[in-house]
Design a protein around this ligand. Structure first.
Ligand SMILES: Cc1cc2nc3c(=O)[nH]c(=O)nc-3n(C[C@H](O)[C@H](O)[C@H](O)COP(=O)(O)O)c2cc1C
Length: 323
C-alpha cells in the first residue's frame, strides 16, 4: 500500500463518509449500462466486468478486451481481473495501466462451477500461497494504483479469522466481502453479521484496509443503514440494480415516471447500437428492457411486446405508440 498517496477509496470515504459501489457483473454492467447510470443515478464507484488475465494473454484477447472499455464520465472506475497465473497479471496490467483506471481489483469470489474447476476465483481461497503471490505481483505491477480483492467469507465454511484475517496481512487498500461462502453460491442470505466481524478483525490487523460489504442490498437507504449497523466503509450492489436502475439516486421504482423509464431505455439502446455496432446480439439487451420497463400501469403488456423485438428501431416504434 502506498503510505503517502491518498487513493480513490480513501478520498470518497473522507468526502462522503462511505462508499457506494456498483458490483462488477459479467454480461450486465458494461460501459453502456454504466453510462446510463451516470445519468439516472450513479454510485460513487464503478467496476468493469471481470477480465480473465489468461484469456487476455492468449490469442483470444480480441474476444475479451471490450470488457475494459469505459467512458471518462464513468470514473472513478476499477478494473477487475481474475486468473491464477501471476505472469499473466503482469502482462495484462501493462495494458490496463495505459487506460488509467482508478484501481485494480482481483476476483477471489466467483463460484461458477467451470471457473472453480479451473482453480480460479473463489477456488483460490484454498490456495493461500498462490493468493499471496498474485497479490504481491499485482501490487508491484500496478504502477501505484490501489489494489483490492473481492471475495467471500470462506470456501466450504465461514472462515473470518483464517481467510479474511489472512487477506488483512497483505496490505490491500480495500476488500469487498460478499457475505456467503463459495459453496453456498446464493443459497443463503448474505451474512452481514459475519461481515461485521471482518470489520472488527480489520481494526486489529490492518486499520487502513477499507471494507465494503456486499449481498442482498436492494436500496440506497438499506445500504446506508448497513453502513451504520455493520460498521463497513461502504456497500456494493449487484442484482438490486436490475430491480431498480435508479437505486443509487435514492428514488424507488414507483417514483419514476413511465416517461423517464422509456427515455432511459431509449438512451440505453442508442448507446448500445453506437458502442457495440452489431458485435453484441440485440437479445442481450432484453434484460435491460425488463429492468427499465416495470412498475407502472401497462408496463407488463408493454414489456411483453418489447421482448419480441429484434432491433432498436422496433423498440422505438412500439414506444412511440405507447406514449
Ligand atoms: C449476472 C451476474 C454477474 C456477475 N459477475 C461478477 C463479476 O464479473 N465479478 C464479480 O466479482 N462478481 C460478479 N457477480 C457477483 C456480484 O458482484 C455480487 O457479489 C453478488 O451478486 C452478490 O451481490 P447482490 O446480492 O447485490 O447481487 C455477478 C453476479 C451476477 C448476478
Amino acid at each position: 500500500m502506498l503510505k503517502c498517496a491518498v487513493n480513490i477509496y480513501e478520498k470518497i470515504k473522507k468526502k462522503k463518509g462511505y462508499i457506494s459501489a456498483l458490483a462488477p457483473m459479467e454480461g450486465v454492467t458494461d460501459t453502456v449500462f454504466r453510462q446510463v447510470l451516470c445519468d439516472i443515478g450513479r454510485p460513487d464507484l464503478f467496476y468493469t466486468e471481470f477480465l480473465n488475465v489468461e484469456g487476455f494473454c492468449s490469442k483470444g484477447r480480441k474476444k475479451v478486451i471490450h470488457r475494459l472499455d469505459y467512458a471518462p464520465k464513468e470514473r472513478p472506475i476499477v478494473v477487475q481481473l481474475w486468473g491464477n497465473t501471476p505472469e499473466d497479471y503482469v502482462e495484462t496490467l501493462e495494458y490496463v495501466k495505459k487506460l488509467k483506471p482508478d484501481g485494480i481489483d482481483i476476483n477471489i469470489g466467483c463460484s461458477v462451477r467451470d471457473v472453480l474447476s479451473s482453480g480460479r476465483c473463489s477456488a483460490l481461497i484454498k490456495e493461500k500461497d498462490l493468493v499471496k503471490e498474485i497479490i504481491r505481483t499485482v501490487q508491484k505491477a500496478s504502477g501505484g494504483l490501489p489494489v483490492s480483492v473481492k471475495t467471500r467469507l470462506g470456501y466450504d465454511e465461514v472462515d473470518v479469522e483464517g481467510w479474511i484475517g489472512f487477506l488483512l496481512t497483505l496490505n490491500l487498500n480495500l476488500i469487498t466481502i460478499h457475505g456467503r461462502t463459495s459453496k453456498e453460491g446464493y443459497s443463503t442470505p448474505s451474512r452481514w453479521d459475519k461481515i461485521s466481524e471482518c470489520v472488527k478483525l480489520r481494526d486489529e490487523i490492518s486499520p487502513r484496509t477499507l471494507i465494503i460489504g456486499n449481498g442482498d442490498i436492494k436500496s440506497l437507504k438499506q445500504g446506508e443503514k448497513y453502513v451504520e449497523e455493520y460498521g463497513v466503509d461502504g456497500f456494493m450492489v449487484a442484482r438490486g440494480i436490475m430491480n431498480n436502475p435508479w437505486l443509487f439516486s435514492g428514488r424507488n421504482r414507483k417514483e419514476i415516471s413511465s416517461e423517464e423509464k422509456r427515455d432511459a431505455l431509449l438512451k440505453h439502446l442508442k448507446l448500445f447500437d453506437g458502442t457495440w455496432k452489431g458485435t453484441k446480439p440485440f437479445n442481450s439487451q432484453k434484460k435491460y428492457i425488463k429492468a427499465y420497463i416495470s412498475g407502472f400501469d401497462g408496463a407488463n403488456e408493454l414489456r411483453k411486446n418489447l421482448m419480441v423485438t429484434k432491433n432498436t428501431e422496433e423498440v422505438v416504434k412500439i414506444l412511440d405508440n405507447f406514449c
